[in-house]
Design a protein. Structure first.
Length: 400
């Protein structure tokens, strides 16, 4: 089949890779001059296979009043009040119920395990440099109660084949001595030794180049898909700014723009943008090696080559991609306050913001849509880097 993949983010390039391996003729279309400059560019860098908890969870109900009043510094809510956003919000709240969250978590764990294996296969085949390190991940919990609750979810993860250890404070410090200079208190942590980190933007650009150079994928940069083309009730291609292109099937892998394109053939996708920020600075010798997530402050740290990256915040503040200078300042202040010795924060790169393409359940949309000829690989929320390889391979299996 001839297949057009729309979007050169991490989801588009991994989709194109597995579709090409399956023998399809693939055209990959990216609107930017370069691949990997959307939300894949500056994300937290964590390949967080064993920690895929959806954003929608029971604890959100208790925090909801504080979020609405703007008192929760990690989450901001100023959505545009369109009917679609309201519908999305109500569905999100329904997914905060315990049983639904556990169901989503189990589905995400299955996809994460597939993704872990699929990335290893890909790296066996394609030599990519992206500051990859499989140094494990530690999630810190402020008090014993929160640590106990996380320990219960750890059992579900073990059932899915993940190695998980619950560590008290002393064992966390022995595992990651840099935590001695971490300024936030913690009672202990959940350690996932098989989790990893890497620069998602570097990976995406490297794979995009490889697809064009060595695998015979048609890669088209600086080309924007404006509409999907329908004939006799079937998607048969795409319209570009100045041209059109035909195919037997089209895959929407264009992140937060997927709902707009799907709407051109009457399909509604439940995806809303949730903005987050990251700061990247030269790592000091005292930087942590293990990836860290501080559950109380909702901030992550990942060591990427000679750099340390911190990422945080979940802002439902509409569709504009702009960096809010106040939030950028808050992130710098938070990183400096929590981990002053870990990086040269005063020599940081400009603060980056990206929009997570989020579904209410946290589960991405992967597979055939209800419109013949149109397939989806979109809505990976805060886990797209972790899930990309599994999602790309699963999609190719479904199309086969
Ligand atoms: C602060 C932050 C931290 C994060 N941390 C992590 C983490 O640690 N681990 C993790 O797993 N995930 C993390 N994520 C989530 C992850 O970054 C995303 O889920 C993932 O990058 C989504 O990839 P994508 O390919 O769908 O989107 P994108 O990277 O945005 O790619 C979509 C591409 O499509 C192109 N495009 C859009 N419309 C069109 C069009 N009409 N025509 C042609 N091209 C088009 C865009 O230019 C873009 O390049 C984080 C996100 C944020 C914001």
């Amino acid at each position: 089949m001839r297949i057009i993949v729309v979007g050169g983010g991490v989801i588009g390039v991994t989709s194109a890779y597995w579709l090409r391996l399956a023998g399809h003729e693939v055209a990959l279309i990216e609107q930017d001059v370069e691949a990997g400059r959307g939300v894949s560019a500056g994300n937290g860098g964590q390949l967080s296979y064993a920690y895929v908890e959806p954003l929608a969870g029971p604890d959100l109900w208790t925090k909801f009043p504080a979020i609405l009043l703007g008192l929760d510094s990690a989450v901001r809510m100023r959505p545009d009040l369109s009917l679609d956003s309201i519908r999305w919000g109500l569905s999100f709240l329904r997914h905060c119920i315990g049983k639904r969250q556990t169901d989503s978590l189990k589905s995400l764990l299955v996809l994460a395990a597939e993704s872990h294996r699929a990335l290893a296969e890909l790296l066996n085949d394609v030599p990519l440099q992206f500051d990859y390190a499989a140094a494990g991940k530690l999630i810190l919990y402020r008090d014993a109660k929160a640590l106990d609750e996380a320990g219960r979810l750890a059992e579900i993860k073990r059932q899915h084949g993940f190695r998980i250890e619950t560590l008290g404070r002393a064992r966390c410090l022995a595992l990651e001595p840099a935590l001695d200079r971490y300024r936030n208190g913690f009672a202990g942590g959940i350690y996932a030794p098989e989790d990893a980190a890497g620069d998602c933007g570097l990976f995406t650009r490297g794979l995009y180049d490889h697809l064009g150079r060595a695998m015979g994928v048609e890669t088209h940069g600086s080309m924007r898909v404006t509409h999907l083309t329908m004939r006799d009730g079937r998607v048969v291609g795409v319209e570009l700014d100045t041209d059109d292109m035909r195919a037997d099937a089209v895959v929407l892998a264009n992140g937060i723009d997927a709902p707009r394109l799907a709407a051109t053939v009457g399909l509604k996708l439940p995806i809303e943008p949730v903005k987050g920020y990251s700061i990247t600075a030269p790592a000091r010798p005292d930087a942590p090696i293990v990836s860290l997530t501080d559950r109380a402050e909702k901030i992550v740290f990942a060591h990427l080559g000679h750099r340390l990256r911190a990422a945080a915040f979940a802002d439902l503040d509409g569709w504009s991609p702009s960096v809010n200078p106040k939030r950028a300042q808050q992130l710098l202040a938070l990183a400096l306050h929590l981990f002053p010795a870990a990086a040269d924060w005063d020599r940081a790169e400009p603060i980056w913001a990206g929009q997570r393409p989020m579904t209410p359940s946290g589960m991405p949309l992967i597979g055939a849509s209800r419109v013949p000829g149109l397939y989806l690989n979109a809505g990976h929320g805060g886990l797209g880097w972790t899930l990309a390889c599994g999602a790309g391979k699963r999609l190719a299996g479904i199309i086969a």
